[in-house]
Design a protein around this ligand. Structure first.
Ligand code: IMP
Length: 428
């Protein structure tokens, strides 16, 4: 048996899609366990670029069973769109499996997400406005609608109508906006559900059977550790657990069956949305990294904030997730900078600290303490066909991170294509 967890070590957008796609060919199953279509994974195969939101990146490997676990929140309208997008590009989605316990996102979740963001004013979270938080809230307060509820069409419709009326009350009375149209929403969503219901099954049984036959399972995290509802920079977080702790709750696999966790680490730091960011480069170097690294959101198109690598944050992330190694991505983006910086500790009120504070007020007072390393040239990175052929300073950068984290970088990625990935140790 061999199970591998792939998850984001920072604020998401670390390049998990590419790493998952790369490793998926060796896996028997690829499983998503949290989040929804707020995720954006870009994978390039040959000349074709694929943008995925909800469907696991493993789908680009024909015939690979790809599971959307119970911890994922599914918008049937965007799933229908994504399936069509993939099919139009010649990618089969026949191997997609959706948990009957997964909760459903409806337009009222999206509308409330939007209205709440407006209402927050300066305290805006910067959500993707995909209805993620409001859907998880309904799940926790036990008023959500699950995939399995569609088995009984009439009671599904009845609950949906009841929920629409309740949400319209809030939309009209609290926010003073027009109500959503009940009949057209019911009609549209009953039709979307008919389209996606053929993929729905009890994925706990699928996982149990996979474990029994010692299949290789790849768990694909969305977002990143610092967006975790408990461990992230609350309240500027998503509403699920993009950490290893989310897997047993969101995929139906008990924690004792998880073996290795690969933390995907971008060679620098980015974040979308609001909240303190200790190593942020709000200057021309940050702008330069954004352009070089195409740091614009796959889901929202928003410009990502960019900064140097932060080892205080990464060590925190490694501890929470129990990383066994890391995949370092986008090393090529840093090429041509003369000097690179890595944050190794924070200075807080004159004292040096090496823990990640819970309070955002405290975090915003932390100043980065940097070490400096010499840069390398992109031309030399492009020529490299193996890790050892990378320019010496690029390798020194990787090895410094390994030393500061106490973990090996088993995979180093220097471009978006499958071929631009150096495996230093086989993971499966
Ligand atoms: P939500 O998940 O749409 O509720 O957004 C909550 C926070 O998570 C916001 O700061 C979003 O920008 C961020 N977020 C959600 N999904 C992603 C992602 O896939 N990559 C990076 N940030 C994300």
């Amino acid at each position: 048996m061999s199970n591998l967890v792939i998850l984001g070590a920072q604020w998401g957008d670390e390049g998990k899609g590419k790493i998952t796609d790369f490793l998926a060919k060796k896996a028997d199953y690829v499983v998503r366990y949290q989040g929804g279509d707020n995720a954006g994974h870009t994978v390039e195969l040959g000349e074709q670029q694929y943008k995925l939101h909800l469907v696991p990146s493993g789908i680009l490997n024909p015939g690979k069973p790809c599971v959307i676990g119970n911890g994922v929140v599914v918008n049937p309208a965007s799933l229908v769109r994504e399936i069509k997008y993939l099919n139009d590009l010649g990618v089969s989605t026949d191997s997609l499996i959706i948990s009957d316990r997964a909760h459903i996102i409806f337009p009222y979740h999206i509308e409330i997400d939007r209205l709440e963001e407006e209402d927050r004013g300066d305290l805006k979270i910067g959500t993707t406005i995909k209805g993620i938080g409001p859907c998880y809230r309904d799940k926790i307060e036990r008023s959500g609608i699950r995939m399995c509820d569609f088995e009984n069409r009439s009671s599904f419709e009845k609950t949906l109508r009841h929920n629409i009326r309740k949400k319209n009350d809030l939309i009209v009375k609290y926010y003073g906006c027009d109500p959503l149209d009940e009949d057209s929403m019911v009609k549209e969503y009953m039709s979307h559900m008919e389209s996606v219901y053929r993929y729905v099954t009890d994925t706990n049984v699928v996982m149990r059977d996979a474990l029994k036959k010692e299949a290789k399972i790849l768990f694909e995290g969305a977002q990143g550790t610092l967006l975790d509802i408990d461990y992230g920079t609350y309240p500027f977080v998503t509403s699920s657990h993009p950490t290893t702790c989310g897997i047993s709750a969101g995929a139906g696999v008990n924690p004792y069956r998880l073996e290795k966790a690969l933390g995907v680490v971008k060679a620098y730091t980015t974040r979308v949305g609001k909240g303190p960011f200790v190593t942020e480069l709000d200057n021309e170097i940050g702008d330069w990294i954004r352009e070089r690294g195409h740091e614009y959101g796959t889901t929202t198109g928003r410009a990502r904030r960019c900064g140097w690598l932060d080892m205080v944050m990464l060590n925190y992330s490694a501890e929470i997730n129990g990383f066994s190694s890391i995949a370092l991505t986008k090393l090529d983006t840093l090429s041509d900078l003369e000097i690179l910086k890595i944050c190794v500790a924070y200075k807080l009120d004159g004292e040096i600290i090496n823990y990640f504070p819970a309070s955002l007020e405290t975090l915003s007072r932390c100043e980065p303490i940097y070490i400096e390393l010499d840069g390398w040239k992109l031309d030399d990175v492009v020529k490299a066909k193996t890790y050892n052929q990378l320019p010496k300073n690029a390798r020194l950068y990787v090895e410094k991170i390994e030393e500061l984290l106490g973990l090996p970088a088993d995979i180093v990625s220097v471009g978006p294509k499958r071929g631009e990935t150096f495996t230093r140790k086989e993971l499966f």
